[in-house]
Design a protein around this ligand. Sequence first.
Ligand code: AHM
Length: 351
Amino acid sequence: MIRPHRNLVTLGEFIIDKQADFPYAKGELSSLLSDISIAAKIVNREVNKAGLVNILGEAGSENIQGESQKKLDVFANEQFLAALASGGECAGVASEENDEIILFDGNASSGRYIVAMDPLDGSSNIDVNVSVGTIFSIYRRKTKNGPATVDDFLQYGSDQVAAGYIVYGSSTMLVYTTGNGVNGFTLDPSIGEFCLSHPDMRIPKGGNIYSVNQGNFVHFPEGVKRYIKNLQIDDKANKKPYTLRYIGSLVSDFHRNLIKGGIYIYPTTLSSPKGKLRLMYECNPMAMIVEQAGGKATDGFRDILEIQPTDIHQRCSLFIGSSAMVDESMDYMKQYSDANLQPTYVTSKES
Ligand code: AHM
């Protein structure tokens, strides 16, 4: 029971309070989430002083004091890997920063979970002081003991047991779900704790914000072009034209749309025929969160959570946000885009 005598609920208290709701409650998932929140605080500290210290150089290069520099995405990767390795609940990690899966403890591994993560998404924005984020996705591993295998990772998004992100923005927030709604916690730097600030987050059913890299317009599928053109018409009754907001940092764009209502689209393009974003550590976790908040996520045709991954770094197109907006965009895709030109996947409904 959360303590009634004060309003403040820390992430640690909240996780323990909700532990009994987890499907396989043994405290391990709680520990895993706590490990992630500790790494997030360390990364937050470094992201916040990125403009002050000479940490922005290329990995491997030396700073003016002759010290070896680390890019923040490399630093973030190391922090999350170290945190996940130390707890013992995690058997391995698929990270955007590593070509292969990272396995912990070899044959002695008893961790029951595996994690897919993008330790610092949108890191090209750091140099210009724009919000970046961390995205994570947690599964129960399929093998029982010994080293985890790639197959432990290649699970449907619908099999995720938890997913979340941290946005390092004007304030730093951690938002996560364990399949029982979505809750957001804001870091109070004065006490060094994530505090419950956004309980039971719900995304509005509709909205008037769309987020897309419109510079790629000529390379978009016809359905996306027609959908966007329709959002831009002069139609006061339907609050059109809509507002375009695109930060170019998925976590930040998603977070804004989650709160205000809106749609984020990264479709296939001529130059990225499979889409740009990664299914396992960008699309799937965001899809679980948005669905838990009452929204929707598809690749333009199919539910993201039903796509069978065949590669840990697989790319995917993404239409995500308010359900009414995603539905309308899918109608356009169905009507105007040649489904045969879209990447094909096995989905859980077909397999
Ligand atoms: P990254 O993994 O190289 O950081 O790319 C992911 C990012 C997302 O955060 C963002 O939404 C998207 O790429 C922006 O891409 P673009 O610059 O093509 O619009």
